[in-house]
Write a new protein. Structure first.
Length: 279
């Protein structure tokens, strides 16, 4: 008999921590024990759905069925609970200097976010206890935040358990909140199921005169990835966006994911600033 979740979505994963990387035709092996949260799997299959989901949960669940292949938030695997009660914080986010999350063996959380300001970013840091209650915080420049952050101890903690891993009939199953499920994968195409817009990064050629000024042979074609706009691949029905639209955004709100050999941007639909139109 298969257990049915009440509120969570159950996932089945082939390999929770990726221990290989492809470079061209070569497959290289990684040490999965080092910073396992940085190599967390973000693709799996639906193993169980709540029978009577409520509210926004029902909107996501209605688009899914058991066996569907989905893209989900890395924190489903990366979230950990430590065997010790150490106070040293370890980072559980990756690839974003504007959004960092740390946790420790006591269950405390440290969150650091850069918010857009008139001239430069405003940095905000908050400390929460294991129940999520606010304990301390700081707001100011990046320097102010660094000084506040210096009061905490940071380090690697190797002895941990995966927080969202459960055993059902001797099978490893991962529980996820409906907000953690971002896209359904159909024929290698990502189709959004929540409030995220799925984006394809845009690479533009660097002008020849700029390449020459950089001291690079001008016969070489060089590209730069745009950081303020991308192409819509899939968008929520109520977002007023459609496939093919080029939308602008503030880069600190981007979430970067990889599937197969492609990179994708994800952003909440209300973070889209506008649609770029050709003159």
């Amino acid at each position: 008999m298969q257990a049915q979740p009440v509120n969570h979505i159950f996932l089945s994963l082939t390999k929770p921590i990726q221990d290989t990387i492809k470079v061209g035709n070569l497959e290289l092996y990684l040490d999965g024990s080092y910073r396992p949260e940085w190599n967390a799997t973000v693709v799996g299959e639906i193993y169980g759905l709540p029978k009577n989901p409520k509210g926004d949960n029902s909107k996501v669940v209605s688009k899914l069925k058991n066996g569907d292949k989905v893209l989900f938030d890395y924190s489903v695997v990366a979230e950990r609970k430590f065997e010790s009660d150490g106070g040293s914080f370890t980072e559980i986010t990756k690839d974003s200097p504007y959004y960092q999350k740390f946790t420790n063996g006591k269950g405390e959380r440290l969150l650091i976010v850069a918010m857009p300001g008139k001239i430069t970013h405003i940095w905000v840091g908050t400390l929460h206890d294991k129940r999520g209650n606010f304990v301390d915080g700081c707001q100011g420049s990046e320097h102010d935040l660094s000084r506040w952050k210096s009061q905490f101890s940071f380090g690697e903690t190797q002895k941990f358990l995966f927080k969202n891993l459960i055993d059902i009939n001797d099978k490893d199953v991962w529980k996820a909140d409906y907000r953690d499920i971002y896209a359904k994968i159909v024929k290698d195409e990502l189709i959004t199921v929540g409030d995220r817009v799925i984006l394809e990064p845009i690479d533009e050629n660097i002008p020849k005169d700029v390449i020459k000024q950089m001291g690079i042979v001008d016969t070489i074609e060089a590209k730069v990835r745009l950081g303020d706009r991308a192409k819509v691949l899939s968008a929520p029905d109520d977002s007023n966006l459609k496939k093919g639209d080029i939308i602008g955004f503030e880069p600190q709100y981007l979430e970067k994911y990889e599937y197969g050999d492609k990179s994708y941007y994800l952003i909440k639909s209300h973070r889209a600033l506008g649609i770029w139109e050709e003159n």
